[in-house]
Design a protein around this ligand. Structure first.
Ligand SMILES: Nc1ncnc2c1ncn2[C@@H]1O[C@H](COP(=O)(O)OP(=O)(O)OP(=O)(O)O)[C@@H](O)[C@H]1O
Ligand SMILES: [Mg+2]
Length: 586
């Protein structure tokens, strides 16, 4: 093992300055303590260096699998750039690139945020250390970078440039599962290199010994896509003032998936389907508020943000007051609820739950599938009073969350009861139902008042015109109590087993436009037809009931007749036998 890989003494022998030679992944953020050795376990025992737990590289894999969905992992890297808006970030670019060493595909994420200084990049590489203290940031757990990069590829290299006062630093960190596994490491080692700009020149920043620095360089050159120090430094060329570039190595075979015929068909469908395979579709709804001065750029093309709430018709605003703990601030959650604009043709439904501006649960089906109630009802809310799970694809299943689920169910059902006739369903309310039927009868065609009202709303857009505020109290529904720098990352190397899905960066698969939307006139026609069909269905149901009644009565008559018949047959048989027993009259 090269000296620098041992890394144990480097931190302490840092030549006066603060030791930053923390190449052990697990304690990259522990700057104050002497950096620990990554000698063989036996050596550690002999040396009495037994004062810390070790983190096996397999732990990286364990963490990587916390992201079941590749897009969920990508979102973590987007979040890190979005969290840099407060430090001046104006974009995050996501691109494919090629590893010239073996022609494999790489994913590149680059932002122009504040970047990371040598200390920051070590925090970034540490598990569970987050620099984010603000209540507004999406990041909070200190894991997103590690879990997502290891989910997307087996190896990641970070290039980051930071301006802190008059200090301009460039740092490189390599988190390589391939390197750790192939060299049979039993501890996680993250080689890092730092430079500073001095008098216009790039000068190495050596915190440990020169030997450690050279060794880190050697490992990075051996296990990254870059073959020389100059090639590494080239990566900073497009990080002009500050920012971060993450490069993730991918499995080329799986990455080149493209768009299948079946996928293309789905592309025509609603965003609730497309977001599962189109990164552009997913990122278009990933953040609740539209950015003022920030763009997500996928393969050179900015993502057009979509506010799901703006896409709803017959929209209603419901205010929900969850019973949070007594000492916390009273929160009030606004839930936008409405019909998907394609309703009733498309029956998609579900709640989109955001947390601190970030989509956690897209089109969450709080109602059971299969029932027509709630069909096409879509909702949007920002639930900051509950905590997301670590993969930010779900929420912690706390009593508060369960109460929210029950409340959302109620909101959907109430909405359905009030408005389902507007998309052609029979009203649930009996009074409304008889009015509706009378209207249908009077007009002699499927164009009753309620329908005309619906049509008008549709023509005028039907979005804000139907906004009706309403307040719900959080009653006990189910009996539970409530309680000038920047960076760039690259991913490269073999993807972890079963970890790569086509990310859908292909332009065709990622576009979201209005072409999927139906012409309002056709929608209107379809709705009219739908109402006609429902009326017909109701008539047929009644006839069906009558017929069943008749069949029942006839079956009863038949049974009685059969009984009589049997009795007669018995009588006849008895008489016949009596006749046979009497002597013949001569
Ligand atoms: N693109 C970036 N620009 C600047 N700093 C970054 C960037 N990405 C990561 N960091 C730094 O690395 C740290 C760790 O990032 P990571 O995503 O692992 O955790 P987090 O964002 O703090 O929390 P979470 O696990 O909730 O995402 C961050 O707190 C931040 O200081
Ligand atoms: Mg993060």
């Amino acid at each position: 093992m090269p000296a620098a890989m041992a890394g144990g003494t480097g931190g302490a022998g840092g030549g006066g300055g603060r030791a930053l030679d923390c190449r052990s992944f697990w304690k990259a953020g522990a700057f104050e303590s002497a950096s620990a050795p990554s000698r063989e376990f036996h050596d550690a025992l002999v040396a009495g260096d037994f004062d810390r737990a070790r983190v096996h590289p397999k732990f990286l894999h364990t963490n990587a699998t916390s992201h079941k969905w590749a897009f969920g992992a990508i979102a973590e890297l987007l979040d890190n750039a979005v969290d840099e808006i407060c430090n001046g970030a104006t974009f995050i670019k996501v691109d494919k690139s090629v590893n010239l060493k073996d022609n494999s595909t790489m994913l590149v994420f680059q932002d122009d945020g504040g970047g990371m200084d040598p200390e920051g990049v070590r925090r970034c590489m540490s598990l569970g250390f987050s620099t984010k203290k603000s209540k507004k940031t999406i990041g909070q757990y200190g894991n997103g970078f590690k879990t997502s990069t290891m989910r997307l590829g087996a190896d990641a290299i970070v290039f980051t440039r930071a301006n802190r006062g008059s200090n301009v630093t460039l740092s490189i960190g390599l988190l390589s599962y391939t390197f750790l596994r192939r060299t049979m490491k039993d501890d996680i080692v993250v080689p890092m290199l730092d430079f500073k700009i001095q008098d216009g020149h790039i000068v190495p920043l050596v915190y440990g010994s020169q030997g450690d620095w050279d060794s880190s360089l050697k490992i990075i050159l051996e296990w990254s896509p870059f073959s020389s120090k100059e090639e590494l430094l080239q990566q900073f060329k497009d990080i002009v003032s500050h920012g971060t570039k993450d490069i993730l190595l991918r499995d080329q075979d799986k990455a080149s998936g493209g768009v299948t015929k079946a996928q293309k068909e789905i592309v025509q469908q609603h965003i609730s389907h497309r977001l599962r395979f189109s990164l552009r579709a997913y990122t278009s709804i990933l953040y609740l508020k539209k950015f003022e001065n920030f763009q997500i750029i996928l393969r050179g093309k900015p993502v057009e943000q979509i506010r799901i709430a703006d896409e709803l018709k017959f929209k209603k605003l419901v205010t929900y007051k969850p019973q949070v703990a007594h000492d916390s601030q009273v929160v009030s959650v606004k839930v936008d609820v409405g019909f998907a604009k394609e309703a009733p043709v498309l029956g998609i439904f579900g709640m989109n739950v955001y947390h601190k501006n970030r989509l956690i649960m897209p089109f969450w089906k709080v109602l059971q599938e299969g029932s027509s109630r709630g069909r096409s009802v879509v909702g949007v809310l920002e639930a900051n009073f509950i905590e997301p799970a670590h993969d930010k694809q779900d929420f912690e299943r706390t009593p508060l969350f369960i109460r929210l689920e029950a409340k959302l169910r109620q909101i959907i059902l109430d909405y359905w009861k009030e408005k389902c006739h507007l998309i052609g369903y029979q009203p649930v309310d009996p009074q409304l139902r008889s009015q509706y039927k009378a209207a249908l009868k009077d007009s002699g065609n499927p164009g009753p008042k309620s329908q005309q009202k619906a049509s008008t709303s549709r023509r005028t857009g039907g979005h804000t015109s139907n906004l009706l505020p309403e307040t719900y109290d959080d009653t006990e529904v189910i009996g539970l109590t409530a309680n000038g720098s920047g960076s760039r990352v690259r991913s490269f190397g073999q993807a972890q087993e079963n970890s790569m899905e086509p990310v859908g960066l292909d332009e065709n698969s990622v576009d979201i436009g209005s072409e999927g939307a139906l012409d309002p006139y056709i929608m209107e026609k379809l709705s009219e037809e739908n109402i006609g069909l429902f009326t017909r269905r109701e008539e047929l149901r009644q006839r069906d009931t009558q017929l069943r009644q008749t069949v029942g009565e006839l079956e009863q008559q038949l049974a009685e007749t059969k009984k009589k018949c049997a009795q007669l047959a018995d009588d006849l048989r008895i008489r016949k036998s009596q006749q046979q027993q009497q002597p013949p009259y001569i």
